[in-house]
Design a protein around this ligand. Structure first.
Ligand code: NDP
Length: 329
């Protein structure tokens, strides 16, 4: 038997959340059984657990879009018992039982080996948010970004993606401008490496098709008017990596920044990103992340805290990274 958080459909709009004892035989198909050590609470998990958005494709569901743990049984040639592994995405925690459990059975083709330099807990402190932040940095670089081009904006600065994007960019030598709605976290944001902070209200309302050229690039986890305004204020030839929708999934922009300033907007998806791309991102995270900064971001919770913390996250009352220790409850 093992413990898992289980979501069960109540009606069209709601699901119940409970901690249950399950058998290994209850787990879905897969060729690798993992003893999970840590999962995390990502924005998408918060939407799923609170039934705020139709993230879950079938019930009952164990949520958790990521986990880190040790292989217990493997019928996959790439993994053997005792290997330490990370999972991010691939529909896990959405249509295949996820990481908020002490055991998970998944396809080996979804797993990445834990880099030797980091612990299972550090891997989940980074989690899907941090891995996505790294994918965004790589996307900027692949489109020609480098520190001499100028300041890079990071939105949703106190969040998981934003916090890790700031510290990564800072460590890589970039001047970082952070956008945040919470002045009480300015010291935290600065301690991660942002040189300048703007209030997110400067970006969140409908703006003009083109504005003053301010940023050489941006990592945006907010979407909506914020992303449109970033495009309008990006310098000639600038690059923006868009990965999130914390303000909204709409994108009320014009083509002007693209056709008059040659701005590049790159979409970043972590869920079905290639294994080669994931492996590169995790390698880069071990090399480029400031692990002292990572420590400042971590809050560790247990199963009992998940539901309330999910609500807090959607009300913008959490910051940094929320790590779920599935073995203490
Ligand atoms: P968090 O909840 O940790 O952070 C989101 C941050 O966005 C908040 O801390 C807040 O920062 C800001 N924010 C919240 N509400 C609003 C609002 N109404 N308007 C503007 N800003 C707001 O979430 P994550 O960092 O984990 O995820 C951020 C986004 O990225 C989510 O939309 C998530 O779904 C997406 N994402 C996408 C992935 C992909 O594969 N494309 C993978 C991972 C995440 P502050 O208070 O500092 O302003």
């Amino acid at each position: 038997m093992f413990k898992a958080l289980v979501l069960k459909k109540q009606d069209d709009a709601n699901a119940s959340v409970s901690v249950e004892d399950l058998n290994i035989s209850d787990l879905p198909e897969g060729d690798v059984l993992v003893k999970v050590s840590f999962s995390t609470l990502n924005y998408k998990d918060a939407l799923a657990i609170t039934s705020s958005s139709p993230i879950i494709k079938n019930y009952p569901m164990v949520p958790g879009i990521d986990f880190a743990g040790e292989v217990e049984e493997s019928n996959n040639d790439s993994f053997k018992t005792g290997d330490k592994v990370i999972l991010n995405g691939f529909g896990v925690g959405e249509k295949h039982w996820g990481g908020m459990a002490q055991k998970a059975r998944v396809k080996g083709s979804w797993l990445v080996k834990l880099p030797e330099q980091i612990s299972l807990k550090q891997a989940m402190a980074i989690g899907t948010a941090g891995y996505t932040a790294m994918l965004c940095v790589i996307a900027l670089e692949k489109n020609g970004m480098h520190p001499e081009k100028g300041e890079v904006l990071v939105t949703g600065a106190t969040g998981g993606v934003g916090s890790i994007a700031i510290t990564l960019l800072n460590n890589l030598g970039y001047q970082v401008c952070a956008s945040s709605g919470r002045s009480e976290y300015h010291d935290y944001i600065k301690s991660l490496g942002a040189q300048r902070i703007i209030n997110r209200s400067e970006l969140s309302e409908k703006g003009r098709p083109l504005g003053k050229e301010i940023w050489a690039g941006a990592i945006d986890s907010v979407g909506s008017h914020t992303l449109a305004n970033i495009c309008a204020s990006t310098k000639y030839g600038g690059i923006i990596a868009a990965c999130g929708l914390a303000q909204g999934f709409d994108f009320p922009a014009t083509v002007m920044p693209f056709i008059l300033r040659g701005v590049t907007l790159v979409g970043v998806d972590s869920v079905y990103h290639s294994i080669e791309g994931r492996t590169e991102a995790w390698k880069r995270l071990t090399d480029d992340l400031n692990f002292e900064h990572l420590e400042k971001m971590i809050k560790t919770i247990t199963f009992r805290d998940v539901e309330q913390t999910a609500r807090n996250m959607l009300e913008n009352k959490t910051h940094g990274r929320i790590v779920l220790d599935v073995n203490s409850y």
